[in-house]
Design a protein around this ligand. Structure first.
Ligand code: PLP
Length: 406
């Protein structure tokens, strides 16, 4: 029966009821609960302080200078150059800014346009699980089938079992979409794990798409390894990132991708009919930040990573004191913690109670899993919290969480 693709999307993200009704997401429910109860919202991951002033000034200057009409479809030349320079400076990767880089409306559009351009009915797209929720929606829109590789909690963080790759990556696999540093778990994949994924992709001639939006936000000197830097992988990897998380300007929606020219051309073909272009003046400001000619932006980003590490420690300590069992993240904005010790088998119930009992809001990790699947079941009692909030806010959250200890 013919129907709009919204049903496929709603089904993929677990919002389609048996009677065809669509429920709202747990994110919306929890944000509404936070505003109704005045609880601290550690559910949604956005900073409560803006990024660096010199980049705000650059955005204002771009507006004043008249950069207020459609920018060029692939992105403004200064930003294309700055992305190429960023890839070279940080990772030794070479990109031709005119043919191998594309500016997008955040990483979200880069991911959706890439999946729509390169996968379709009959193809399979593999991701880690739990996964960022836009992946399964984009895969559903493309008509491809979503397969996953489980990340499992261990004393060394959430890890993948390379043996699982054999079952998941097959001749039907068109794309392997890898997110590291990983939302929601905060895991940073090791060079060995990335190497195992790379070998599986090569074996079955699949392309690899990487979501590296937290590339600069790792702790204790843990190294972020871009997939494209592994031997032979540059030509089969579409590298995606964004200014939102690194620069604390999530509302600017400036993202980009870097890949082989023919792959960029394919993605651009789809992208130009999704948004065509976005964020004109902000592209100018992000170009200033990525070029980092006076070192101010690099200093800001390094300081942000150090501060997030401290804030992670504050929240993890509070979670342990409250009876949660967190897995300490090595990057990102997020920590996931098992709430089973608090007497809840299902984190959905726990999250509904947390505003009253502790004055905080979190998101059940099952929201990042295939509805009704094995990973959702294994992580049923787990909750994701963000620590990208001011230290005073986290201290208040810690006092609230302390009330959970009976
Ligand atoms: C926030 C986030 C995105 C979205 O990035 P935008 O640039 O805001 O579109 C993509 N992937 C992950 C893992 C994220 O956490």
């Amino acid at each position: 029966m013919a129907h709009g693709h919204w049903r496929d999307v709603a089904h993929a993200v677990g919002l389609l009821a048996a009677d065809g009704a669509v429920s709202s997401t747990i994110f919306a429910e929890m944000s509404a609960l936070a505003s109704r109860t005045g609880a601290i919202n550690l559910g949604q991951g956005f900073p409560d302080v803006d990024g660096p002033a010199h980049l705000k000034d650059a955005a204002v200057a771009a507006i004043e200078a008249g950069h207020n009409q459609y920018p060029p479809g692939p992105g403004i030349p200064a930003l294309l150059d700055a992305v190429a320079a960023h890839q070279r400076r940080h990772y030794g990767l070479e990109a031709d800014p005119r043919t191998e880089v594309l500016v997008t409306a955040g990483a979200t559009e880069a991911i959706t346009a890439t999946v729509l351009a390169l996968a379709g009915p009959g193809d399979e797209v593999v991701t880690l699980e739990p996964y960022y929720d836009s992946y399964t929606a984009a895969i559903a829109l493309s008509g491809a089938t979503h397969r996953t590789i489980a990340l499992r909690p261990t004393s060394e963080g959430f890890r993948l079992d390379p043996a699982d790759l054999d079952g998941a990556v097959t001749p039907r696999t068109r794309l392997v979409l890898v997110n590291s540093p990983h939302n929601p778990t905060g895991t940073v994949l090791t060079r060995d794990e990335l190497g195992a994924i790379a070998r599986a992709a090569v074996r079955h001639d699949a392309l690899v798409v990487t979501d590296e939006v937290y590339e600069h936000l790792t702790y204790e000197g843990v190294e972020h390894v871009p997939m494209a830097t592994l031997p032979g992988m540059a030509e089969r990897t579409i590298t995606i990132s964004s200014a939102g998380k690194s620069l604390s300007f999530t509302g600017w929606k400036v993202g980009w991708l870097h890949a082989r020219a023919d792959l960029v051309a394919a993605v651009r073909t789809v992208k130009q009919f999704l948004t065509y272009v976005a964020s004109g003046p902000f592209q100018h400001a992000v170009a200033v930040g990525l070029a980092d000619e006076d070192g101010r932006t690099g200093e800001y980003v390094a300081g942000l990573a150090r501060s997030l590490q401290r804030r992670r420690d504050v929240l993890c300590e509070a979670l342990v004191a409250a009876g949660f069992a967190p897995v300490v993240p090595r990057g990102t904005y997020f920590v996931v913690a098992d709430g089973a010790g608090l007497g809840y088998a299902d984190a959905v119930d726990l999250c509904r109670d947390l505003p009253d009992r502790a004055g905080v809001v979190g998101i059940p990790v099952s929201a990042f899993c295939a509805p009704g699947g094995a990973v959702a079941e294994k992580l049923r009692s787990w909750v994701r919290f963000t620590y990208v909030k001011q230290e005073a806010t986290l201290a208040e959250a810690a006092r609230g969480l302390a009330r959970l200890r009976r």
